[in-house]
Write a protein that binds this ligand. Structure first.
Ligand code: ATP
Ligand code: MG
Length: 726
């Protein structure tokens, strides 16, 4: 058999991992060393050379995008389609199992997946029903609590209140939430994993069946598995399964979501026979970029430690741009991007990365003005947009009348005169009779409601019944098309002024196309519509309108994990934003931020720009910050500062970027070109602590504007103010 294509372009260490005999294997290696490549080749090797059935493989990756790519690459290596291969995210695979074994999992056959927004809405409703004071309890906090418990595999009955009344209340709410979900057949994201775990744990026969089937478990981004995901894998592996995991402890960036990098050690304990393979050659980046990344991550204390080198060229220096504000930053980024495109490069080869989703708006505005097509990953994705969720809610209700969150979403959309009071009555009735809103509505419309309200409710219910009748037996896309138009949604959005309404209608039309191009899983027994609805809930982000178009890529550093781009911009590199304010005081938090920075830098293949702004307006608030400490951690020889704009008359402020390392406490000598930095914290005898917002004038006339925490904003003459630097 000709095995060359599979082993071609692999170095010795990679080849060793790919061809390893069937025994637990852990590949631990730095960014860009070919871990994902090894995983793909391993799958092909097992099928083609070892003769493993594609049915015996289960491959887990981090995103749907990565899963799709993995499938294509394996097919490319094997030259045969592998449709039936179980490749997906943990959530996707868990969902697949639950659909097959809903009965054993204790779920209704038509269970619905709810996303984070639905979940929060449900918790808010629960608060109302239980008359919980939401000034003391934030629904978001409870949502976080519930998900964190589920990520650890814990049900309410596993939790003790430890004599703490707060905790007792949290547990009680968790329990109440579970009841509501169970009654409505609703499954949130964390529940998918937990259920799938319990399914195998509690059904010996099923477990045995899956263990026999999935002998080969391939896991990418292993460092970011949480407790329940890890346990699920371990359960599936049993004593005969062969787990093959690849990961990088330096890229563990989801601790805040329950990921535990410690699983790398745990793996070696749970599978004592584990072979550990290290890959040390980086094939992705120039040596400049790689050395910069290595230098930054070296500041972390808790590391397994590894070498990473490259034979690649030195490449260009990393360019650091210190912008005046976020608009200046966007202008700069778009200018460089424009040059890149004009040089004949693909837009899709350029990525703009940022720490927080909200940063994308200004960049997006700039891109729109410059007429550069772009695509945002994460953020508000297609299936999360309001109008799409509205249409999906109609479809959900048609498929399942007892879906309360869908009911509440559209019962009065478009407006049909069902007011808050009527809704409250329905909720009360539903609670008192432990029944879905749909039944409550029916009962109230025929008895308790009067006149207009009763008519409106009855009209809504007959609309749903009618849509159901009219779409039975139609093709999925005709079904979606019919519902989008006949529900009144299109008409409703047509009334919305200007471009917004138009975009919404375009999006609704796009939903019809999405339904048209939807390929169902042949092995699934659910209806097309149900399958499409699950797909919509799970695969948010895929299938955007312009997926085919060559466009610049915008995403958070978190979503960039595993990807690579010839040109990368890292924006908003400011202390407080990145590293994030929350994490600065906490050493573990700071190390996680630094790992995220390492992930960001190592996405770049040839060219890396780092930008920061002295002043930034974000979430409607202005802030003044220092350049990120991570910039200062990059050795000087790899950095080139670019300041194409004309120097403004604020010498120290402008120099703050790289000077901050040595001149952290600039002397505040009046007359000496001010010597203050915007954003610097100062203390005044009378006014207390504040932050410098502005400065003007020279010498004895120099004045600064300070925003004092308690005394508000004041202009002070610098030579008299007697300020203390903090
Ligand atoms: P990350 O940690 O970011 O997920 P990774 O370790 O998974 O990175 P890959 O994405 O698999 O790394 O590989 C990085 C790049 O190097 C890819 O473009 C890949 O095709 C290339 N590459 C890997 N190994 C080799 C090799 N032996 N020869 C040539 N190119 C290689
Ligand atoms: Mg990878």
């Amino acid at each position: 058999m000709d095995v060359t294509p599979i082993l071609e372009n692999l170095n010795d260490a990679q080849r060793e991992a790919v061809t390893a005999p069937a025994r637990p294997t852990l590949v631990i290696a730095g960014a860009g060393s070919g871990k994902t490549r090894v995983l793909v080749h391993r799958a092909a090797w097992l099928i083609d050379v070892e003769g493993a059935s594609p049915h015996s493989l289960l491959a887990v990756t981090f995103t749907n995008k990565a899963a799709a790519e993995m499938r294509t690459r394996i097919e490319g290596l094997l030259n045969v389609p592998v449709q039936h291969l179980w490749i997906g995210t943990f959530h996707g695979l868990a969902h697949r199992m639950l659909r097959r074994h809903w009965r054993e999992a204790g779920l209704p056959q038509n269970f619905q997946i709810i996303d984070a927004e639905d979940q929060l809405r449900l918790i808010k409703r629960l608060f109302k029903n239980l008359e919980i004071d939401d000034s003391r309890w934030a629904p978001r906090e409870i949502q976080w609590f519930i998900n964190a418990q589920k990520d650890e595999g814990l049900r309410p009955q596993h939790l003790g209140d430890e004599g703490d009344p707060n905790r007792r209340q949290q547990i009680a709410l968790y329990e109440a939430y579970e009841e509501v979900c169970q009654r409505g057949g609703l499954v949130d994201f964390a529940e998918l994993l937990l259920r799938a775990h319990e399914l195998l744990r509690d059904n010996a026969e099923l477990l045995e069946q899956y263990r026999r089937r999935f002998r080969h478990l391939l896991v990418d981004e292993f460092q970011d598995t949480n407790a329940i995901q890890y346990d699920w894998l371990r359960l599936l592996a049993g004593s005969d399964g062969v787990p093959f995991a690849v990961g990088d402890d330096d890229q563990s960036i989801y601790r805040w979501r329950g990921a535990r990098v410690e699983h790398i050690h745990q793996f070696q304990k749970d599978f004592p026979d584990t072979r550990v393979v290290k890959l040390e050659q980086n094939y992705r980046s120039t040596s400049t970029i790689l050395n910069a990344a290595n230098a930054v991550i070296a500041n972390n204390l808790s590391r397994m430690g590894k070498n990473l080198w490259t034979e690649g060229a030195e490449g260009e220096a990393i360019k650091v741009y210190s912008a005046y504000n976020e608009r200046d930053e966007a202008d700069f980024v778009i200018g460089r991007l424009r040059d890149w495109i004009d040089q004949g490069n693909l837009r899709a080869d350029a990525a703009i990365l940022y720490r927080s989703n909200a940063q994308s708006r200004v960049l997006e505005e700039g891109l729109i003005n410059a007429r550069i097509p772009y695509r945002v990953y994460g953020g508000l994705r297609f299936f999360e947009r309001m109008e799409i969720k509205d249409a999906l809610a109609y479809l959900r209700l048609i498929a399942h009348r007892d879906d309360d969150s869908a009911f509440e979403r559209v019962v009065n959309k478009p407006t049909r005169g069902i007011g808050a009071r009527t809704l409250d009555l329905m909720r009360q009735y539903a609670r008192a009779n432990a029944c879905p809103m749909w039944r409550a509505a029916g009962a109230l419309a025929s008895d308790d409601l009067r006149g207009r309200a009763a008519n409106a409710v009855a009209a809504f219910m007959s609309l749903i019944e009618r849509l159901d009748r009219e779409t039975t037996g139609l093709e999925l896309h005709d079904q979606v098309d019919h519902v989008v138009y006949q529900s009144g949604l299109v008409e409703f959005f047509r009334k919305e002024k200007g471009e917004k309404g138009e975009t919404r209608i375009e999006n609704l039309d796009e939903l019809v196309s999405a339904a048209r191009s939807f390929t169902p899983d042949p092995a699934n027994e659910m209806s097309r519509l149900d399958e499409f609805l699950s797909h919509a809930a799970l695969e948010a982000g895929e299938g955007q309108a312009d997926a085919w178009e060559d466009c610049a890529q915008l995403m958070t550093m978190h979503s960039a994990k595993g990807l690579e781009f010839p040109l990368v911009f890292m924006c908003g590199m400011e202390d407080g934003l990145f590293p994030h304010q929350r994490s600065i005081a906490d050493p573990n938090g700071l190390e996680e931020e630094r790992r995220l920075c390492y992930v960001g830098i190592t996405r770049a293949m040839q060219t890396l720009y780092i930008t920061h702004a002295e002043q930034r307006r974000l979430h409607g608030m202005d802030s003044f910050s220092q350049p990120s400490r991570f910039i200062a951690e990059i050795p000087d020889q790899h950095v080139e500062e670019v300041r194409p704009r004309v120097q403004v008359a604020r010498p120290m402020a402008a120099r703050a970027s790289r000077g901050s390392r040595s001149a952290g406490a600039a002397a505040m000598a009046p007359g000496n070109e001010l010597g203050v930095r915007l954003g610097q914290r100062v203390r005044h005898k009378k006014f207390g602590d504040g932050v410098i917002l502005n400065c003007e004038g020279q010498g004895a006339h120099a004045r600064i504007e300070v925003n004092f925490e308690s005394a508000g904003t004041k202009w002070l003459v610098l030579s008299y103010a007697n300020l203390e630097l903090m």
